[in-house]
Write a protein of this length. Structure first.
Length: 192
């Protein structure tokens, strides 16, 4: 099963057709793989956005533990932040068909697959203060306002925020803001 999440319908159909043709069950190469044909999920992402959290987002969760996950990006730019450990690789739109197939075939040959939920998507447990702060930031409040509401020094709030960002594997405020804007905080299990 091949699933492509992309707004560019032409690219989506072309990629799906390419993979259906070369990664078909009739291909003798696919028959030699342990476990046979694997499910493939490809997700388009903005170059400025963090990689998809394949462990959390319900659109990407498949029943098969042999599913391969790939991000689709527009161009090769150094991406800040950590990707989900389930991600098998990044496919660039300007890559040739041979490069794309080579990357996918290489991932199919890898025997070690992370079947568990990764620590990047399900981070270390946030403290009650950290989670409360993130929920208030999600509601659009500034650090100054949160400081006065909670009656906590701003330096201490900044410390809570830095600790939460470290636990969530974010290095910049932009990554945190993107994460909060996409309601990921409410997809996390009860952390404490």
């Amino acid at each position: 099963m091949i699933t492509v999440f992309d707004e560019n319908q032409y690219y989506k159909l072309g990629l799906k057709d390419l993979l259906d043709t070369y990664i078909s069950p009739d291909n003798p190469f696919i028959k030699t793989l342990p476990g046979g044909r694997k499910s493939i999920v490809l997700v388009s992402t903005d170059n400025t956005a963090p990689s998809p959290r394949f462990c959390i987002d319900e659109r990407f969760i498949c029943n098969s533990s042999d599913t391969l996950y790939f991000s689709i990006r527009d161009k090769k730019t150094r991406h800040q932040g950590l990707s989900c450990t389930r991600e098998s690789g990044v496919i660039y739109r300007n890559s040739s068909n041979e490069q794309t197939l080579s990357l996918i075939m290489q991932a199919m040959h890898e025997k070690k697959r992370n079947k568990n939920k990764c620590y990047r998507c399900f981070p270390l447990a946030l403290s009650a203060q950290e989670k409360n702060l993130l929920q208030l930031l999600y509601n659009g409040l500034s650090m100054k306002t949160i400081s006065s509401i909670l009656n906590i020094d701003r330096r201490k709030l900044n410390l809570y925020k830095k600790k939460a960002m470290r636990k969530l594997s974010f290095s910049t405020n932009t990554e945190l803001a993107y994460w909060l804007r996409n309601d990921v905080i409410f997809n996390l299990p009860d952390l404490r």
